[in-house]
Design a binder for this molecule. Structure first.
Ligand SMILES: NC(=O)c1ccc[n+]([C@@H]2O[C@H](COP(=O)([O-])OP(=O)(O)OC[C@H]3O[C@@H](n4cnc5c(N)ncnc54)[C@H](O)[C@@H]3O)[C@@H](O)[C@H]2O)c1
Length: 450
């Protein structure tokens, strides 16, 4: 089948590459010329396990092409996927300018029947706006080419995006007619062999399903963080509580890890956008407001602990920071807790020596050269000359470090662990001042001695 994908970011690139991998002819289009040039030279602009092999293979067999040419993209695909960004607007609602720009672009150019498939995360009612945008352009041009609009939200996880796309839990398809359901079913056959994963529904429900999924996951995290904060005050250990509740199959172990807050390009903006959508229909979504507020506070948790440890005086202190990406296996730093922590440290006059296994280039792109940020080549280098260590992302490589070397390198034997990677009792035995999230030993602190 012929497919065009607008937007070659985390979602568009993975969608295009995986659809090509199963035999479709795919054209990926982006307005970012630099990104397209890099892709055409075989450079993959994002870190996503397994993606580079698929892209290289399918480019070589000509099933996957990259372009900035909208004429080519609209002429090519029966399916016109929209996978562009929907960042938060000033008031928190999803900014639809990129989605609607693509809709107009398709409307201007299409000469034959097209299925416009929206994969971007968009508020309920967006499919209607896409349809209107296409129709408006068409009527201005005196054309009336037939088209359908489908909602096909994406549930892939960064860091496991290829696997998620190739073996999805579910493929949600929101349509308003059986013809498009069948076309989408045919396109997704290769991903649907083991059992039927297609969940077909009306368009508005499909649009809401994506927000419901992300809001539920964010709620689980904020709930655990709320409990972690309580556990600290009550002398309980949240890790014991986690195992104690996770064993109940109605609760489950997934997504109940306490930590220094959720980040990334989806949860923060989607919770905000859903809350904003609620306001638009005169509903106060109090739970969503709380989920967001708890998370905002949680992102400062490590900073609060560091500041208290150094008796409110961070001027001239240097903090080693392990982990910049919002989660392991990605280089994505959008809304990452590391950014809030670094900014808070800088505001107090501290310096940061940072290391992340794959996000260093992203940190350099975001922050450029600045005296209070040293981008280090490895985890050991980040420790050199630092006063304490903070861990923000649970990369595997940080799970079992050389604690003697850490202690020798730091001027204070202090570790602030935002992901509960280590055992507090062991850390105490090793002579560390160890601060984690929601665990009593992590809060019984020796204040900094110097
Ligand atoms: N990243 C994720 O894990 C994830 C998961 C599920 C859903 N989503 C949703 O998918 C959408 C895309 O997210 P992303 O992370 O891939 O975004 P991204 O920022 O990585 O990529 C978006 C791309 O769209 C391009 N673009 C903008 N306007 C364009 C236009 N008119 N024509 C062609 N390209 C254009 C941008 O240049 C950019 O390369 C968002 O709505 C997001 O919420 C993201």
């Amino acid at each position: 089948m012929k497919v065009s994908v607008f937007g070659s970011g985390y979602v568009g690139l993975v969608t295009g590459a995986c659809l090509a991998e199963v035999g479709n002819e795919v054209v990926c289009i982006d307005i970012d010329e630099r990104k397209i040039n890099r892709l055409n030279q075989g450079e993959i602009p994002i870190y996503e396990p397994g993606l580079d092999g698929i892209i290289t293979r399918n480019m070589a067999s000509n099933r996957l092409r990259f372009t900035t040419d909208a004429d080519l993209a609209v002429a090519h695909g029966l399916f016109q996927f929209i996978a562009v960004g929907t960042p938060p607007d000033e008031d928190g609602s999803a900014d639809l300018q990129y989605v609607l720009a693509v809709a107009r672009s398709i409307g201007e150019r299409m000469q034959d029947y097209r299925v416009i498939v929206n994969k971007s995360t968009v508020p309920v009612g967006t499919a209607d706006r896409v349809r209107e945008a296409v129709s408006e352009v068409q009527s201005a041009l005196g054309k009336a080419v037939e088209f359908d609009v489908v909602s096909n939200p994406e549930f892939l996880k960064e860091g496991a995006a290829v696997e998620d796309f190739m073996k999805p839990d579910r493929i949600v398809v929101g349509t308003d007619n059986p013809r498009t359901t069948e076309l989408l079913r045919a396109l997704y056959v290769p991903f649907n062999r083991n059992h039927d994963r297609l969940v077909c529904m009306d368009i508005r429900s499909a649009e809401l399903t994506k927000y419901a999924a992300n809001a539920m996951l964010a709620t689980k995290i904020s709930f655990m963080n709320e409990l972690a904060n309580l556990a600290e005050r009550l002398g309980a250990d949240i890790e014991n509580v986690r195992v104690g509740i996770g064993s109940d199959p109605r609760i489950g172990y997934h997504f109940i890890y306490p930590g220094c807050g959720y980040g990334g390009s989806c949860f923060p903006k989607d919770v905000k956008a859903l809350e904003r959508t609620a306001r638009d229909v005169d509903y106060v979504a109090e739970l969503l407001q709380a989920v967001e507020a708890v998370n905002d506070r949680q992102k400062l948790k490590l900073f609060d602990k560091i500041k208290a440890y150094f008796k409110d005086s961070l001027q001239g202190k240097t903090i080693a920071l392990w982990g910049l990406a919002f989660k392991p296996n990605t280089d994505d730093m959008r809304d990452a807790p590391s950014r809030i922590l670094m900014q808070a440290l800088w505001n107090e006059g501290a310096k940061v020596r940072a290391f992340d296994p794959v996000a260093m280039h992203e940190a350099k792109r975001i922050y450029g050269e600045r005296a209070d940020l040293v981008c280090c080549e490895n985890a050991d280098a980040a420790l050199k000359g630092a006063d304490a260590l903070a861990i923000v992302t649970e990369w595997n490589v940080f799970r079992s470090p050389d604690f003697d070397a850490i202690k020798a390198a730091l001027s204070h034997p202090a570790i602030f662990d935002g992901r509960n990677l280590y055992d507090p009792t062991r850390m105490q035995a090793l002579g560390f001042d160890y601060f984690s999230i929601g665990r009593t030993q992590g809060t019984i602190s020796n204040m900094a001695k110097g």
